[in-house]
Design a protein around this ligand. Structure first.
Ligand code: PLP
Length: 481
C-alpha cells in the first residue's frame, strides 16, 4: 500500500462511484449484454506492467458497467434488494481500510468486542429474549450470508443430536421446512450430510397465507418417528422469499419442543421490519427458537455482506465448528474468557463486518432506521393500491411487508394458457427487457406471480408510479395481440 498515492487514487474511485450513483437511473436496470460479452473482448493474459487507474476506470465505464445489473437503481424491484447507504458504504470503507482478520480475539480484540456489542444492540432492537444475547448467556455472530448461518446451525444441531443418539444415526436425521422455505435450507441439509430423502418441504396453501401449518409439521414428525427416523431441525421463516409469508413461530415452537428438534427462525428479509413495534409481533414466539438469523444487507441500510445469527447456546456452535491447531494457540483463548469467532463460522478468515453495522446504527439512529422501513412499506402499499385499480390485474398474496406479488388475471377458461403463467412470463420479460424496471417472479401455491420488492434506497414514489405505468403499457400490448 502506497500512502503517497492512496489519498489521490481513493478520491478518484470515490468520484467515480459518486458519478455512478448520479447516473444509475439512466442505465438499463437489467444488464442487456449477451453471454460471453466480456470474455470475448478481454486480453487472455494479465498485464506485465502496472496500468494507470485512469485506464482501468475507463475500462470499467466502457466494459464493466454495461454488464452490471444495477441493484442500486431506483427502478430495481427484483428478488430482495441489497440496499446500499452512505453509512453502509463508509462502514465498509473502514472495514476494508483496516483489513484486520479477527478470527481469534487476540488477532484484533476490537473486532471481536465490537461484534459482541453490535450483536447485542441488534438483538435489543429486535426485542429478542435475553437468552439470545451475550448479556443473557447466548450470543451472536456476523456471517456473510443466511446460507452460511443455516449450515452452521444445522451442523451444531446435528452434532448435538448425534452425541445423544450415536454417530451412526446420521442417515436417520430429518430436516423440516415448507415449500416456501428458502432453498438454502435444502442446500445446508445436503452439506451437513442429511440424506436428500430426509428433507421435508411441507406444502403450504393460501388458507394459511402460505405459512407452515403446525399441525402438518407435527403429523410429518409423528410419521417419521413411527418409521424409525429422528426429527432434527425445523426452520420457520418470517418473510418468505417467494411471497413474504410468515410461518407461525409460536405454534411451530411448541411442536419443535415436543419433538426436541432444533428450531431456527430465518428472518433474512423481514427481520429488519421487526425493529418497528408494529411489525414485531411477527417474531412472537421466538423465545421457543434455538437460533434466529436476519440479513442487514437486505433491508437495514447495510451494504453487502452482513448476516446476523443469534444462538441461545453458543457452546453448541463451538463444539461443532471449533478447531485447535497449534499455530493459533494463545493465552487469551486458553483463559476461556474470550470469544474466538473462528469457532462460530465455517472459514478461519473473517471481515470486520461489525464496523459497518455499528456505523450504520450510530449514523442513522434507531428512529431513522424505523422511518426507512416504514417508508418502503408505504411505497409498497402505494404500488399495491395501483394494482388494485386495474381490473385486469390481481394481487396474488396479501402484502405484508414491502413485497407485492401480482399478476395479470389468466385468460378465459379453455384457452391454452389457463393458469396465466405464459401471459405473465411474457409480461415480466417485456418489463425487464425494456430496461426501465427490473422485477422477478415466484410460483406460490402453483400460481406464477410477478414480484415487486421495494427497498432500494434511491426508490421514491415517482419510480413506483413509473414502474406501474410501464406494466400497464406492456399489458395493453399483450392483451391486444
Ligand atoms: N432466507 C430468505 C428468506 C431469503 O429471502 C434469502 C435470500 O433472499 C435467504 C435466506 C438467503 O440469503 P443469503 O443470500 O444471505 O444466503
Amino acid at each position: 500500500l502506497d500512502i503517497n498515492t492512496f489519498t489521490q487514487e481513493s478520491q478518484m474511485v470515490l468520484n467515480f462511484i459518486s458519478d455512478y450513483y448520479k447516473n444509475v437511473e439512466n442505465f438499463p436496470v437489467q444488464s442487456q449484454v449477451e453471454p460471453g460479452y466480456l470474455w470475448k473482448n478481454s486480453p487472455n493474459t494479465p498485464p506485465n506492467s502496472p496500468e494507470s487507474l485512469e485506464t482501468i476506470l475507463d475500462d470499467i465505464r466502457s466494459s464493466i458497467i454495461p454488464g452490471l445489473t444495477h441493484w442500486q437503481s431506483p427502478n430495481f424491484f427484483a428478488f430482495f434488494q441489497a440496499n446500499a447507504s452512505t453509512a453502509g458504504f463508509l462502514g465498509e470503507m473502514l472495514c476494508t481500510g483496516f483489513n484486520v482478520v479477527g478470527f481469534n480475539w487476540i488477532t484484533s480484540p476490537a473486532a471481536t468486542e465490537l461484534e459482541r456489542v453490535v450483536m447485542d444492540w441488534m438483538g435489543k432492537l429486535l426485542n429478542l429474549p435475553s437468552p439470545f444475547l451475550f448479556s443473557g448467556n447466548g450470543g451472536g455472530v456476523l456471517h456473510g450470508s443466511t446460507c452460511e448461518s443455516i449450515v452452521c446451525t444445522l451442523a451444531a444441531a446435528r452434532d448435538a443430536l448425534l452425541k445423544e443418539v450415536g454417530g451412526d444415526k446420521i442417515t436417520k436425521l430429518v430436516v423440516y421446512g415448507s415449500d416456501q422455505t428458502h432453498f438454502s435450507l435444502q442446500k445446508a441439509s445436503k452439506l451437513v450430510g442429511i440424506p436428500p430423502s430426509n428433507f421435508r418441504a411441507l406444502a403450504t396453501t393460501a388458507s394459511t397465507g402460505f405459512g407452515l401449518c403446525a399441525h402438518d409439521v407435527r403429523k410429518a414428525m409423528q410419521e417419521d418417528v413411527a418409521s424409525g427416523l429422528i426429527p432434527l431441525f425445523l426452520c420457520a421463516t418470517v418473510g418468505t422469499t417467494g411471497c413474504g409469508a410468515v410461518d407461525p413461530i409460536e405454534s411451530l415452537g411448541h411442536v419443535a419442543r415436543e419433538y426436541g428438534v432444533w428450531f431456527h427462525v430465518d428472518a433474512a428479509y423481514a427481520g429488519s421490519a421487526c425493529i418497528c413495534p408494529e411489525y414485531r409481533h411477527y417474531l412472537d414466539g421466538v423465545e421457543h427458537a434455538d437460533s434466529i438469523s436476519m440479513n442487514p444487507h437486505k433491508w437495514f441500510l447495510t451494504n453487502m455482506d452482513c448476516c446476523c445469527l443469534w444462538v441461545k447456546n453458543p457452546r453448541s456452535l463451538v463444539d461443532s465448528l471449533s478447531t485447535d491447531p497449534e499455530i493459533l494457540r494463545n493465552e487469551a483463548t486458553e483463559s476461556m474468557g474470550v470469544v474466538d469467532y473462528k469457532d462460530w463460522q465455517i472459514a478461519l478468515s473473517r471481515r470486520f463486518r461489525a464496523m459497518k453495522l455499528w456505523v450504520v446504527i450510530r449514523r442513522y439512529g434507531v428512529a431513522n432506521l424505523m422511518a426507512h422501513i416504514r417508508s418502503d412499506i408505504s411505497l409498497a402499499k402505494r404500488f399495491e393500491a395501483l394494482v388494485k385499480t386495474d381490473s385486469r390485474f390481481e394481487v396474488v398474496v396479501p402484502r405484508r411487508f414491502a413485497l407485492v406479488c401480482f399478476r395479470l388475471k389468466p385468460p378465459r377458461k379453455g384457452e391454452d394458457d389457463d393458469d396465466g403463467s405464459k401471459l405473465n412470463r411474457k409480461l415480466l420479460g417485456a418489463i425487464n427487457s425494456s430496461g426501465r424496471a427490473y422485477m422477478s417472479h415466484s410460483v406460490v401455491g402453483g400460481t406464477y406471480t410477478i414480484r415487486c420488492a421495494i427497498g432500494t434506497t434511491l426508490t421514491s414514489q415517482q419510480h413506483v408510479e413509473a414502474a406501474w405505468k410501464l406494466i400497464q403499457e406492456k399489458a395493453d400490448h399483450f392483451l391486444l395481440v
